[in-house]
Design a protein around this ligand. Structure first.
Ligand code: NBP
Length: 481
């Protein structure tokens, strides 16, 4: 037994993670893949890594020093379960199995329970950053027991991205906490991407700018408060020219966005938790709408004319408005994502430190940005704030951008530019900001058709109006006083 860490599953993610591990001093990395050819390919291509390769799972397990630690990087779902079963059969109490794939956190909770019964630790670890992250340093969100993190923590810290001197890894919480937080990360990523796409659409349609000019705008934004990996790569994508046609790359790509499901999971779970995540949900829906060519064509065929675009007269001022609307909408999306984390932590019993989550997202992952420091500061200052929008920095940012935000949503509506992200974020903000909501009328409707009862603004108790009778009010539950 010579290896201190093993990797099972050597497709793109696993082989990159194994190479990352092997590049860190002190690690000897055992590798195993169901199909041996893949193992051979990796080992031959990277002799410098000094991999300990095994053709059989038995040899792989034997090559691990005790307590054994193995990271599974195989296809989420059945592949993961198959490997867990193989390892559980051969591991001993105290050994650690890590699932680094994109598992659904409900599966992780069930797997942890099943594996923990054998005395073996099971850690579901969200790993973000794609193949480059896996190789050069991802953001890592491990769940599982605190005990297993004592062994695993230093290994993960050695391969994680580093942001401002700190490794982008923290023990998120027990059992499925890591995969839950990874799921929310992906939901926020959907929202961030959609908002950026809407900003591009506005700059092009209303601002009249060509993709290359918009790339310049984004590159400039990347030097300011919007600085982020996603803004940076957006500029690169917009600058790209198609070699075949000479057209902007963005114009030759079919406008139907795909998704792999983690954004959908975020919204499904937010619905279950009763957390409004409209900014994230609209981003998921926007991809779904884009991928309905039949419905789009059907509506387009019925249209006589489209609204006149309210062309921007001062493009620089318009771009400034768009950047403020983008920032305010982004703040809302992140606030909603963190609300979902808070609700998940409460429901599933996780002691999640919001400031630490914001910090481990500063490097290695897709939503990496300086901006996350502001979120970390806000929760560090007061972990119990009701919403990020209450934190002084964000309250100020939204206040400063508010007028621009409204102008942009109004201009988009008048011009017929779809802004589901900007619009949902602004409506959410207004819903929190307005003194009275029409929810009072909804309560009245519910009481009318379903006797669902209501509370009054002026006294305690629960009431029902006899709508089909003489319409007098009765108290259905006595007041607490
Ligand atoms: P894939 O998701 O394409 O899975 C291929 C690997 O799974 C191969 O090693 C394959 O072995 C193995 N495998 C399968 Br399929 N069924 C198996 C079984 N029943 N028993 C044992 N091994 C099995 O690999 P990937 O794209 O490298 O992704 C790995 C994990 O990382 C996935 O969970 C994925 O969702 C996640 N991921 C994360 C990111 C990110 O940014 N965080 C990006 C991409 C992927 P074989 O060679 O014998 O077929």
């Amino acid at each position: 037994a010579t290896a201190n860490i093993g990797v099972v599953g050597l497709a793109v993610m696993g082989s990159n993670l194994a190479r990352n591990l092997a590049s860190r001093e002190g690690n000897t990395v055992a590798v195993y893949n169901r199909t041996y050819a893949r193992t051979e390919e990796l080992v031959n291509a990277h002799p410098e890594a000094g991999f300990v390769a095994s053709e059989s799972i038995d040899d792989f397990v034997a090559s691990l020093a005790t307590p054994r630690t193995a990271i599974i990087m195989v296809q989420a779902g059945r592949g993961t379960d198959a490997v867990i079963d193989q390892l559980v059969e051969r591991f001993e109490p105290g050994d650690i199995i890590v699932d680094g794939g994109n598992a659904n956190f409900h599966d992780t909770i069930a797997r942890e329970k099943r594996v923990a019964e054998t005395g073996i630790h099971f850690v579901g670890a969200g790993i973000s950053g794609g193949e480059e992250g896996a190789l050069k340093g991802p953001s890592i969100m491990p769940g599982g027991s605190a005990e297993s993190y004592e062994t695993l923590g230093p290994i993960l810290a050695s391969i994680a991205a580093v942001a401002e001197g700190e490794p982008c890894v923290t023990h998120v919480g027990t059992d499925g906490a890591g995969h839950f937080v990874k799921m929310i990360h992906n939901g926020i990523e959907y929202a961030d991407m959609q908002l950026i796409a809407e900003a591009y659409d506005l700059l092009r349609t209303v601002g009249g700018l060509e993709p290359a000019a918009i790339a310049d705008v984004f590159a400039e934004w990347n030097n300011g408060y919007l600085e982020s990996y996603l803004i940076e790569i957006t500029a690169e994508v917009l600058r790209q020219v198609d070699a075949e046609t000479g057209n902007p790359f963005v114009d030759i790509v079919l406008d139907q966005a795909g998704s792999k499901g983690t954004g959908v999971w975020t919204v499904q779970n937010a619905l279950d938790l009763g957390v409004p995540v409209g900014g994230i949900a609209e981003a998921v829906f926007a991809r779904a709408v884009s991928s309905k060519p039949n419905q789009r064509a059907a509506v387009q065929a019925t249209i006589q004319s489209r609204p006149d675009v309210q062309k921007a007269s001062d493009v620089a001022a318009f771009a400034d408005d768009v950047s403020k609307a983008l920032y305010a909408s982004k703040v809302v999306a992140y606030a909603q994502g963190f609300d979902a984390i808070i609700a998940g932590a409460e429901k599933y019993g996780w002691d999640i430190h919001k400031d630490k989550i914001a910090k481990i997202w500063r490097g290695g992952c897709i939503i990496r940005a300086q901006f996350l420091n502001r979120i970390a500061d806000a929760y560090d200052e007061n972990p119990d704030i009701a919403t990020l929008l209450e934190a002084p920095y964000f309250a100020d940012a939204v206040r400063e951008g508010e007028a621009a935000w409204r102008r942009i949503v109004a201009t988009a509506a008048l011009s017929g530019v779809p802004v589901p992200g900007f619009g949902a974020a602004l409506s959410y903000y207004d819903s929190l900001a307005v003194k009275r909501l029409p929810a009072a009328l909804v309560q009245g409707q519910r009481d009318f058709f379903g006797a669902h009862t209501y509370k009054r603004v002026d006294k305690d108790g629960v009431f029902h109006t006899l709508w089909s009778g003489d319409r007098t009010e009765i108290e259905t539950e006595p007041s607490t006083h």
